[in-house]
Design a protein around this ligand. Structure first.
Ligand SMILES: Nc1ncnc2c1ncn2[C@@H]1O[C@H](COP(=O)(O)OP(=O)(O)OP(=O)(O)O)[C@@H](O)[C@H]1O
Ligand SMILES: [Mg+2]
Length: 171
């Protein structure tokens, strides 16, 4: 008896136009992750990460693009790309640290104003994904690429790499 391969979702691309788009973008990502075969916890992490990145695009760049695709090599996974043409980030390494918000480090216990995103931040994005890459092109915006492997139940090491101002990479 031959076994059918699991369904593979086609690459998708969506426009981000405002802060509220994070809700349906997160829902799309959760559904996409479910089709690839991620468990409920991993689906939730995918949704949180997308909501955070989409929220950042709306807050700091106004508009942008959100893309989902399946990765096959070296193993199955989900690839999330969120990009914009906003101001970019001056110090991409630093913003991955937990507790870094609104361009500065938050002291423990700081009251957060409402309407400033989810309070999750890029630190959480790095922790929930297997790999995060940030490409910063001053004057042209920010591109964040996240990959989460299907076979790493804990979401991987949270390793990331960041490219500094001036570096451009295509593809
Ligand atoms: N798309 C972007 N364009 C320009 N700057 C960005 C972008 N995304 C994040 N940043 C910068 O990186 C910082 C850290 O982002 P992060 O999402 O961790 O925090 P935040 O959005 O300020 O707060 P929170 O997400 O906790 O509500 C932001 O304060 C902002 O200065
Ligand atoms: Mg944010």
């Amino acid at each position: 008896m031959s076994k059918l391969p699991p369904p593979v979702p086609e690459p998708l691309s969506f426009d981000i136009g405002n802060e509220h788009d994070r809700f349906w973008c997160a829902a799309e990502g959760r559904r996409y992750a479910a089709v690839i075969g991620f468990d409920a916890k991993a689906q939730g992490e995918v949704a949180i990460v997308i909501a955070e990145l989409v929220s950042n695009v709306a807050k700091f760049a106004g508009r942008g693009t959100f893309k989902l695709s399946t990765v096959y090599e070296p193993r199955p996974g989900i690839r999330i790309v969120v990009e914009d043409a906003g101001p970019g980030i001056e110090d991409p390494e630093r913003v991955f640290q937990d507790g870094f918000s609104e361009g500065k480090r938050l002291e423990p216990g700081t009251q957060r104003r409402s309407g400033q995103g989810l309070g999750v931040g890029l630190g959480a994005v790095a922790r929930m994904m297997s790999h995060v890459e940030m490409e910063n092109v001053p004057g042209r915006g920010l591109r964040v690429v996240c990959i989460k492997w299907l076979d790493l139940p804990r979401g991987g090491s949270g390793a990331y790499s960041a490219s500094g101002p001036g570096s451009v990479r295509n593809g």
